[in-house]
Design a protein. Structure first.
Lengths: 539, 105
C-alpha cells in the first residue's frame, strides 16, 4: 500500500491550467494508478496482436509501424458495425450531468475521469478522422490528431474506467460510457496494448475453462475439500456431480467461489441449498467460470468465453443453466449474447423443478440467476430458514454494477437477505440499486499495482458503508459478485476497518435448516455463533 | 523481462518479483526470494509452508486454497502472516516459486 487514507483524501477538484487536448502522462510518477501490460505468453496463446515485452514507463511502446492506419481501420470497423457507438460519438451535448457521477472522478478529482471528458478522449479523434467539420477545422471543431501521446492517454484513462455504467443512468441521452471504454480498449488491443490482469485470465479461461487456470483434477480436489469442510460444520454429506451428462441443470459459478476467501463460503451455501432441494444438477470442470474477462478486452474474446459455457451445456445435454453470484457475466449473457453468439435455442426455457415457476425472463438465454431461483423458492415457502444463526452479522448490501444495471436484479437479493438475517440496513439511496457505486476495481482493474486508483475509485462506496457502519454498527457487506468478494475486503480494511465481506448464499447456507444436520455451533466459516454483532477474532 | 539476481541465483521474474519459470525453482532460489519478502532466515516452519506449496503446485498446477494450506500445515492464517509478512498468496507463494494468481482474486 503506497498511500495512506489521509493522503488519498487530499483530492483537488481544480482542473489543470494546460489545454486538455495536449496529453502527457508521466507513468513513472503515477505508479499505483495503472496496470502492468499483457504478458507475451498469454497474448500468443490467444493469437492477439503484437506480443512483446514493454512497460508503460518506456518511451517506446514498440507499436507496429503502421499503428495509425491500424487504429483508423479498427475505428471505422467499429463505427460501421455498431450504430450505437456512432450515436454516442455524435450526440453528447456536454451537459455535464455525468461529470460528478463517476467514482474515479469523485475519488481522484482528475477531470479526465469525468465520463464526458473520458469519452471526449476518443470522440476528439473521431471528429478529426470521421467528420467533415473536424477534417476541415481540426481543433476548432473539437478534432484532435491521433498521436502516440493520445494512445498513451487512452491506455491510462480507459483502464481507469470500470465499465460500471453509473454515469449512463444520469445521461439524458443514455450514452453508454462503458461501450465507449470497450471501443477504446478494442482499438488499443489491435496495437497489443492491454493489461495482464485481463489478458492472463482470458488465456487461462480459454485453456482450462476458468480465469485461474484450474485444471479438471484440481477443480475436483477443490470441490471435494470444500464439501469435506462443509460436512465438518453441518454434518451433511454433499457430493456434487461433476460433468454429469443428462443432468437437468448445469450450475456455473465464478471460479473464485471454489478457490478464494470469502467466495468459498458462498460455494458452501450453494452446495447445501442444492442438497436440501435434491436438485438434479451438475458442475462442470470446463464450464468452470461464470466470469468473462474477455468482455474487458475485445468483443471477440467476450464471444469466445461466453460460447464455451453453452457448448458445455450442449455437450452435457442439460435443460438449462443456473448461474452463480457473478457480476459481469450477467452483462454478457443479458445484453450481448443474443446478437454475439445467438440465442441458446438448443436448451429449454428454465423451469424450477421445485416450484414449477417458468423463468420467462430467461427464455432466450436459458440462464437463471441463483438469486432469482432462491427468491422463488422462499416465495413458495420451500425453504426453512433460521435467520438467528446470522445474528453475528449486521448486514448491508452492495449492488454489483452489472446485475443491478445490466439485468435489473434489485429486489431478489434484498428479499433473500430479509429472510436470512435479522439485521439488515440499506446504505443511502443514491448509492444503491441503479445508482450503486462501483467497488472501484471491476473490468479487470482489481490488481495490486493499481492499488491507489482502486482505493480512490472505491471511496464513494466505502463512504456509504462507513455511514451504515457508524449509524447501525453494520459489520458485514454482502454482495453477489466475485470481483466484489475479492476486492471489497481490501477496500474495507483501508477505509472502513471492522467491516467484512460475504456473498448472499453464504448467509442462506448459515440459515438453512436441513434434516439430519448437526446442531450449528459455528457459521460456515467455522466461527462460533456469538451474540448479535459479535464476530470471533479466531481466523 | 526483469531479472532477479542474488549471489549465484539469477531468475526471470515479473514486475512484482514472482518467478516466471517456476520449474527453475530450487532451495537456493527460495532463500534468495525470501530476502525480498523481509525473511532473512528460512526456519523449519517457513520450509513446512514452502514445501507444502511446492508439492501442491507440482501436483495441481496452481496455489492451494488458503483454507487448505492452513489445514494441511496446521498453521493459522495469522501464523502464516507472522512467517511471511505479505501473507500466503503474495509472500509464501512467491518464495515457493509459484506464479501470481489473476482474475477475481
Amino acid at each position: 500500500m503506497s498511500k495512506t487514507p489521509e493522503e488519498l483524501l487530499q483530492i483537488h477538484y481544480h482542473p489543470p491550467k494546460h489545454d486538455w487536448m495536449d496529453p502527457s502522462i508521466d507513468f513513472e510518477a503515477r505508479r499505483g494508478t495503472w496496470s502492468y501490460p499483457g504478458g507475451v505468453k498469454s497474448l500468443e496463446y490467444l493469437g492477439l496482436p503484437n506480443p512483446r515485452e514493454w512497460s508503460p514507463t518506456d518511451e517506446d511502446w514498440k507499436l507496429p509501424p503502421n499503428w495509425q492506419e491500424i487504429v483508423h481501420r479498427g475505428f471505422k470497423d467499429l463505427l460501421t458495425k455498431y450504430r450505437s457507438l456512432r450515436i454516442f460519438m455524435d450526440c453528447c451535448v456536454r451537459c455535464g450531468a455525468c461529470a460528478d457521477k463517476c467514482h474515479f472522478f469523485i475519488g481522484s478529482g482528475d477531470p479526465k475521469n469525468m465520463p464526458v471528458l473520458r469519452a471526449e478522449l476518443l470522440r476528439s479523434v473521431y471528429r478529426k478522422d470521421f467528420t467533415t467539420a473536424g477534417k476541415i477545422l481540426g481543433r476548432a471543431a473539437g478534432g484532435r490528431a491521433l498521436t502516440i501521446d493520445v494512445i498513451k492517454e487512452w491506455f491510462y484513462y480507459f483502464y481507469q474506467c470500470t465499465e460500471c455504467r453509473r454515469c449512463s443512468v444520469f445521461c439524458p441521452y443514455g450514452i453508454d460510457t462503458a461501450e465507449i471504454t470497450m471501443a477504446a480498449r478494442e482499438l488499443l488491443n489491435l496495437l497489443g496494448i492491454n493489461i495482464n490482469w485481463i489478458v492472463e485470465p482470458v488465456a487461462n479461461c480459454q485453456r482450462t475453462g476458468n480465469h485461474l487456470g484450474i485444471q479438471p483434477h484440481t477443480f475436483k480436489d477443490n470441490v471435494e475439500f470444500l464439501c469435506e469442510e462443509l460436512e465438518d460444520i453441518t454434518g451433511i454429506h454433499v457430493d456434487p456431480p461433476i460433468n454429469k451428462k443428462g443432468a437437468e441443470i448445469l450450475f456455473i459459478m465464478p471460479s473464485a467461489d471454489y478457490f478464494a476467501d470469502p467466495g468459498i463460503y458462498t460455494f458452501m451455501g450453494y452446495m447445501l441449498l442444492f442438497k436440501y432441494l435434491g436438485l438434479d444438477y451438475t458442475l462442470s470442470a470446463y464450464a468452470s467460470e461464470g466470469g468473462n474477462f474477455g468482455l474487458f478486452l475485445s468483443r471477440d474474446t467476450a464471444k469466445r468465453l461466453n460460447y464455451k459455457m453453452y457448448a458445455e451445456a450442449k455437450r452435457l445435454g442439460v435443460k438449462w443453466i443456473l448461474g452463480g453470484e457473478c457480476g459481469h457475466m450477467w452483462r454478457v449473457v443479458n445484453q450481448y449474447m443474443d446478437t454475439m453468439n445467438g440465442p441458446a435455442d438448443f436448451l429449454e426455457v428454465p423451469r424450477s423443478p421445485v416450484t414449477g415457476t417458468v423463468f420467462e425472463n430467461a427464455a432466450s438465454t436459458k440462464m437463471v440467476h441463483i438469486c432469482e431461483f432462491t427468491a422463488d423458492l422462499i416465495h413458495h415457502g420451500k425453504l426453512k430458514l433460521d435467520p438467528s444463526r446470522n445474528d453475528w452479522a449486521r448486514v448491508t448490501y452492495h449492488d454489483a454494477c452489472n446485475p443491478a444495471r445490466a439485468m435489473g436484479l434489485l429486489e431478489e437479493p434484498r428479499y433473500l437477505l430479509k429472510h436470512a438475517v435479522n439485521h439488515f440496513y440499506e446504505m443511502p439511496e443514491n448509492t444503491i440499486r441503479e445508482q450503486t457505486f462501483c467497488c472501484g476495481a471491476g473490468a479487470g482493474l482489481g490488481n495490486d499495482e493499481n492499488i491507489d486508483m482502486r482505493m480512490r475509485g472505491g471511496l464513494p462506496r466505502a463512504n456509504a458503508v462507513k455511514y451504515v457502519h457508524e449509524q447501525h454498527r453494520v459489520n458485514l457487506l454482502t454482495c453477489i459478485c466475485a470481483i466484489d468478494r475479492a476486492v471489497l475486503p481490501t477496500l474495507m480494511d483501508f477505509w472502513v476497518p471492522g467491516v467484512r465481506v460475504s456473498g448472499i448464499h453464504e448467509l442462506i447456507g448459515n440459515a438453512l435448516v436441513i434434516d439430519g444436520e448437526n446442531e450449528r455451533t459455528t457459521n460456515l466459516r467455522g466461527e462460533p455463533l456469538h451474540g448479535e454483532g459479535e464476530v470471533s477474532d479466531d481466523v | 523481462m526483469p531479472k532477479f539476481t542474488q549471489g549465484d541465483v539469477t531468475i526471470d521474474v515479473d514486475e512484482d518479483g514472482f518467478m516466471l519459470e517456476p520449474e527453475q525453482w530450487n532451495e537456493e532460489v527460495a532463500k534468495a526470494l525470501a530476502t525480498t519478502e523481509g525473511v532473512e532466515d528460512l526456519t523449519e516452519a517457513h520450509w513446512k509452508v514452502v514445501n507444502y506449496l511446492r508439492e501442491y503446485y507440482l501436483q495441481f498446477g496452481v496455489a492451494p486454497m488458503i483454507r487448505k494450506l492452513c489445514k494441511e500445515t496446521g498453521f493459522k492464517l495469522k501464523e502464516i502472516y507472522d512467517l511471511f509478512p505479505s501473507g500466503p498468496a503474495k509472500g509464501a507463494c512467491k518464495v515457493a516459486g509459484l506464479p501470481k494468481p489473476t482474475g477475481c482474486v
